[in-house]
Design a binder for this molecule. Sequence first.
Ligand code: ATP
Ligand code: 5RP
Length: 407
Amino acid sequence: MAACTVYSTQSLSTNCSISTPSKTQLSFFHQKQVVFWRNSKKGSCSSRRSYVITCAAGDSQTVVIGLAADSGCGKSTFMRRLTSVFGGAAEPPKGGNPDSNTLISDTTTVICLDDYHSLDRTGRKEKGVTALDPRANDFDLMYEQVKALKDGIAVEKPIYNHVTGLLDPPELIKPPKILVIEGLHPMFDSRVRDLLDFSIYLDISNEVKFAWKIQRDMAERGHSLESIKASIEARKPDFEAYIDPQKQYADAVIEVLPTQLIPDDNEGKILRVRLIQKEGVKYFSPVYLFDDGSTISWIPCGRKLTCSYPGIKFFYGPETYYGNEVSVVEMDGQFDRLDELIYVESHLSNLSTKFYGEVTQQMLKHADFPGSNNGTGLFQTIVGLKIRDLYEQLIASKAETPVAAKA
Ligand SMILES: Nc1ncnc2c1ncn2[C@@H]1O[C@H](COP(=O)(O)OP(=O)(O)OP(=O)(O)O)[C@@H](O)[C@H]1O
Ligand SMILES: O=C(CO)[C@H](O)[C@H](O)COP(=O)(O)O
């Protein structure tokens, strides 16, 4: 279908859902101003929407990536690494709401799924539900808008304001080359899940999550240790019911666990990180160590890699994950010298780099990001390169498809 941009000329009353015109309506209206009426599902309001639609010939080529994780598990850090792989800086929409959660770069637009909270902070408190509960989120709207963007149609996406805890007026999001939907539920609703070209789950073990949350919420947000513990405990049942199960659908999982190099370690500073890669995913060929399909345990420390206690250990091999065949690359320990990472990089294959040493270069460029000296930074960088490769392959395949076959 034609790529269309829809501009809404009216802002929405805050307790109404937003709709975008359907495909049939779009193929009918070209360069027109049309008005739609929509009743909210809760029956609490009806809204009159006015759209100006501009359609251009050609197909949309928005590739959609899903990134799921609990709050405070490194999604923002991962996004900064991913956008850096594509070059250019990611910024909030210019001239928009200063509390927007969206980040836009030349190639990517990252939207935060917290924006689809249907209940604001007070509403959640009144109903006694957490933000992780599906009842606090509007999956119909999430589906409609991600689908519209994938089809090349701009949308007016609501904004959840983390500062005030309120639902702010919507912001215009135009279809990008790569749309990343990051947050609590990108793979929860099967309709949204089916729109994803690639999905990632950041699986942070409870011990590590606790250490990171304490570090951030105490140092940066002034929370007490007790309140952090209480908030983690309060979220646990809903996390286990609604967030954690999404990892079974992910094409790549980055699992972060305490080290096994120090017996009974409870400091949580040294990490064992596993990159779990699903086999048989179109345009995604898993990274391997030494020899594809083999099982290897490797200690790279020595003449070419400086390691201090407790050292570094790599593992690579096939496994089964939620009934799927996967390849796992694992790194336990941390790097002393990032410039020596090139030694490890040269033993990894299928990295989808554009030149020798690109992984090391990316890691050195962001040496100040959390996790740059361990497997979290390494595997986030590698997944970023794999996403670039997947995007390029998808675009190339669409370009090759004969026009008649596209309809
Ligand atoms: N790889 C890492 N190694 C060590 N600490 C990390 C790592 N990633 C994140 N952290 C810690 O966790 C905190 C949260 O990271 P980040 O802001 O990337 O998470 P988030 O999932 O986007 O959080 P939120 O959803 O709450 O905004 C960081 O401030 C940092 O302290
Ligand atoms: O899990 C979260 C996702 O980041 C937040 O807790 C959720 O969005 C609710 O936000 P707030 O802390 O503003 O009440």
